[in-house]
Design a protein around this ligand. Structure first.
Ligand SMILES: [Zn+2]
Length: 445
């Protein structure tokens, strides 16, 4: 899969997209994968399948290419290498992306996660080859329950890679980090509901994970706020799903957002890639995405930017600079812009333009942060449109928590068969919460 197609599903329904770089090669879309998977389980064409071995190749193809972008990381075998070319495979040893101050501590919290359970056994018999194992797995699996919305889910963007662990007790983060085996993060939609009833959300997600994976092995570790978060009134709404088989890990990542009438949650890798979303530009009186894309392209390729990118390359050991330069060039070339038709009060259109680039190319958060900060600090302007202003966290959607759009432009409620929260329900909950607070204040006064 070409690197610049990693985030094909990232565009909003209500936006238009302009890419500077043309897609170089065929794109393996989720739709195609689903079509082929459906064909795999279909019996309608059984007469056409004469030799027993015929379904083998499609089966193997489906399983090997259906890993979503969030599951794809770059193999980085050199601890000193900050950037390496994109490759759709998960390395056996993930780099320590969560190297934020949250992890700088020495104490450990014991017993947060049950330790009596043995690590899950691999479900591939040792004498079985990968092809046979893939066939067996696909034959055994009939797919997740239909109660969960079936769709290609839009991408959800955090402000930075370690954002899910913001407000989390560092001891718990350390425990999660060191727990062996396959694990994922689960982010409930509608975070306010989570903060009100953590236990309720916990068991809903736990039950859903067992149901989706059809396994009794996985466990769920709830979040625990840091002392500072408790003082500030924050609850980190992010759970750890642990003791997963590799198949179940990929299954949960494949749809990424699981939505039933009971609960809706977003599943991400424990070591998520750097976000594609970089910043938003506002202040331009136009709906022409291509004009703004051209402005961004000009800035990203001027002498000043070239000089800055060279300085990043120069910070690498000499033997790694050629690779780093190539990867940074691919990151810059992957840029795309979307129009966000934001409206101000009075139904006045005030369009914003989101700027994205393939964050999965950049392995180290520090490098990605330098790139993002530099690019967001540049001036984006034209003689016709004037100056735009940039913002790196323009929104925080109350439905899906993505930072690249407001709740009113959240693409999830528009998905056919969507079971999750809607803007109407969120607003009703907000009103109910406010009236309850006012009632409490009156009773106290
Ligand atoms: Zn949203």
């Amino acid at each position: 899969m070409p690197a610049n197609t990693v985030s094909e599903g990232a565009t909003l329904n209500t936006t238009t997209v302009a890419r500077v770089a043309a897609t170089s090669g065929p794109v393996e879309t989720q739709k195609n994968i689903k079509i082929r998977r459906k064909a795999l389980h279909s019996t309608e064409d059984a007469d056409d399948v004469r030799p027993i071995i015929v379904p083998v190749l499609p089966t193997l193809t489906v399983i090997t290419v259906s890993v979503p972008a969030e599951a794809m990381r770059v193999g980085n075998t050199d601890a000193n290498t900050s950037i390496s070319p994109y490759s759709p495979s998960e390395p056996s040893g993930s780099p320590p992306l969560f190297s934020s101050p949250l992890l700088v501590h020495s104490s450990h919290s014991e017993g947060t996660i049950p330790t009596t359970r043995a690590p899950p056994k691999p479900d591939t018999p040792s004498l079985m080859g990968p092809v046979e194992a893939a066939i067996r797995r696909s034959m055994l699996r009939h797919g997740p329950p239909k109660k969960y919305t079936e769709a290609t889910m839009p991408a959800i963007y955090d402000a930075y890679p370690s954002a899910p662990l913001q407000h989390m007790d560092p001891d718990l983060v350390d425990t999660w980090e060191n727990y062996p085996g396959n694990k994922l993060l689960a982010h409930p939609f509608d975070g306010k509901a989570c903060s009100r009833n953590l236990d309720g959300v916990k068991f809903k997600i736990f039950s859903a994970v067992l149901e989706i994976t059809n396994s009794q092995s996985p466990g769920l570790s709830p979040p625990r706020p840091s002392a500072a978060a408790i003082e500030a009134g924050f609850t980190p709404p992010c759970f750890l799903i642990y003791d997963l088989t590799e198949d179940d890990r990929q299954l949960l990542l494949e749809r990424s957002v699981w939505s039933s009438t009971n609960v809706t949650f977003h599943v991400t890798s424990f070591h998520p890639t750097c976000p594609d979303f970089l910043f938003s530009i506002k202040g331009f009186g136009t709906n022409r995405t291509e004009d703004v894309c051209q402005i961004v392209h000009s800035v990203w390729h001027d002498d000043e930017t070239e000089s800055f990118l060279d300085s990043i390359t120069e910070s690498f050991p000499r033997g790694e600079r050629a690779n780093a330069k190539q990867t940074i060039s691919r990151f810059i070339a992957s840029m795309w812009v979307t129009l966000l038709p934001v409206k101000q009060s009075g139904n006045i259109l005030a369009p914003q333009f989101n700027v994205y680039a393939n964050g999965s190319l950049i392995l180290r958060q520090a490098v990605w942060t330098r790139l993002r900060e530099y690019l967001a600090d540049r001036v984006y302007a034209s003689s016709l449109l004037g100056n735009g202003t940039t913002e790196i966290t323009p929104f925080h959607c109350s439905i899906c928590r993505s930072v690249d759009h407001p709740m009113g432009l959240c693409p999830f409620p528009d998905i056919k068969g969507w079971n999750g929260p809607s803007m109407r329900r969120i607003i009703e909950n907000m009103k109910a919460s406010r009236s309850k607070t006012r009632g409490t204040v009156r009773r106290h006064t």
